[in-house]
Design a protein around this ligand. Structure first.
Ligand code: S3P
Ligand code: PEP
Length: 435
């Protein structure tokens, strides 16, 4: 496999955890919940509030995208108020910067068909490689006008005329669950709703589709998901709704990993008792790796094994449903005392970078014994040493780098600022915990 191109050169000395930590952290809100809440608020039948919204690059790009289509999103403060799009307003000529946000590139085009005007989509250089063609073909079949010059990727233009016929569409969503979520989020606003069927290899990241369905139902939208690989959204209004955003449980991974590698304890405040977030799987994954995981009054408390990384166990895990956890888990596997096999994650080659190639290259570069497979990684115990950990503009690669750096001295994480995609001032917060 080829190693992705390396873009930035700033090197950040990752702080080491020289003793077992004992920390309680409050984490920023979920990217997935914030961006869904913003899209649904823009399509709703009245004003909504997104409480404790995540303020990060992905969510600010989403707010800007919806604003350019005619919604009003007030991002001052922690609670963001949203006035929905007015479909009869004078024509828009929007330019939508997707950055490197899959949720913006996939969730906003289905909305753009409902406005009067055009929306030109583009993003960061790597965004042109991330898959979106299935969404564009589906939207065309549902009655929207899209011009991508046959590329099936960014850049493309959506021309909307306030109504979308909708109906039945068959897609292959094996590259990303976001293809399905995208069509469901806006589908109630199409004349005939939307009936999405998947035909292809199994869809990854299914909890994210559950999240989409739950949020639609919270807003009074009828969704039939009784058949496998088929979702039907009835046409009708999307009720205005105030949503309190849960902490981002996937972004909890590096913090809980600190407990695992140092043999200390970390409590993440306000861990929800029930959630659709994929990051909730960390409870089970970390327990399998030898950590003690308890729900306490303040939140979720993880205590690392005695001896820290020396007592950390490898894991054989299918991460198909929770691929966004793979970089952090792979970093822990590289520090563990027994072998690991991470499977079912071919799709993460289409994430912010080819994460399997990047993890093999960067963990391997620090001495880890990693074999890259078409759909995963095998990682055997090895002595790691310091060095440069490249991040490929991928926030979760940076998380993997700082996890290794907490356990191994001399790790330099390149472009740690890329964490701003989903976390405000991650390096400042991380360093404050280890100073
Ligand atoms: O819908 C969402 O909010 C997400 C879905 C998943 O995408 P894939 O299905 O492409 O893995 C996940 O990895 C991503 O971080 C967020
Ligand atoms: C895959 C991810 O992001 P995106 O929403 O850009 O797909 C991620 O955050 O791990």
């Amino acid at each position: 496999m080829t190693t992705p191109a390396i873009g930035h050169t700033d090197l950040w000395p990752a702080p080491a955890a020289t003793a077992p930590v004992d920390l309680t952290v409050a984490l920023p809100g979920s990217k997935s919940l914030t961006n869904r809440a913003l899209v649904l608020a823009a399509l709703a039948d009245g004003p909504s509030v997104v409480r404790r919204a995540l303020r990060s690059r992905d969510t600010e790009l989403m707010a800007r995208a919806l604003t350019s289509l005619g919604a009003v999103v007030d991002t001052n403060g922690d609670d963001w108020s949203v006035t929905p799009l007015a479909t009869t307003a004078s024509p828009v000529a929007a330019e939508v910067d997707c950055g490197l946000a899959g949720t913006v590139m996939r969730f906003v085009p289905p909305v753009a068909g409902l406005v009067n005007g055009t929306a030109a989509f583009d993003g960061d250089p790597h965004m042109r490689n991330r898959p979106v063609g299935e969404v564009l073909v589906a939207l065309t079949a549902l009655g929207m006008r899209i011009d991508d010059e046959g590329r099936g990727s960014l850049p493309f233009t959506v021309s909307g005329n306030c109504t979308v016929p909708g109906g039945t569409v068959v897609i292959d969503a094996s590259a990303s669950s976001q293809f399905v979520s995208a069509l469901l989020l806006a589908g109630a606003r199409y004349d005939h709703g939307v009936d999405v069927r998947h035909d292809g290899k199994p869809i990854p990241s299914l909890p994210h589709i559950e999240m989409t369905i739950a949020m639609l139902r919270d807003r009074g939208v009828a969704v039939d998901d009784s058949d496998a690989n088929r979702w039907s959204v009835a046409p009708g209004p999307i009720a205005a709704h105030d949503e309190a955003i849960e902490p981002d449980l996937s972004n909890a991974a590096p913090f809980l990993a600190l407990a695992a590698v140092s043999g200390g304890a970390v409590t993440v405040r306000d861990w929800p008792a029930a959630t659709t977030q994929a990051g909730d799987a960390l409870r089970d994954l970390l327990a399998q790796m030898g950590c003690t995981v308890e729900q306490v009054t303040e939140g979720l408390r993880v205590t690392g094994p005695v001896g820290g990384r020396r007592g950390l166990l490898g894991i054989d895990a299918d991460l198909h449903d929770v691929g966004e956890l793979a970089p952090a888990i792979a970093a822990l596997c590289a520090l563990a005392s027994t072998p690991s096999h991470l499977r079912g994650i071919a799709h993460i080659r289409g994430h912010e970078t080819d994460r399997l190639a990047a993890l093999a290259a960067e963990l391997g570069g620090l001495g880890a014994d990693v074999t890259e497979h078409p759909d995963g990684l095998s990682i055997r115990p090895a002595e790691l040493s310091g060095g440069v950990f490249h991040t490929y503009a991928d926030h979760r690669m940076a998380h993997a780098g700082v996890i290794v750096g907490a356990a191994v001295s001399g790790v330099l994480v390149e472009d740690v600022a890329t964490t701003s995609k989903t976390f405000p001032d991650f390096p400042g917060f991380w360093a404050s915990l280890l100073s």
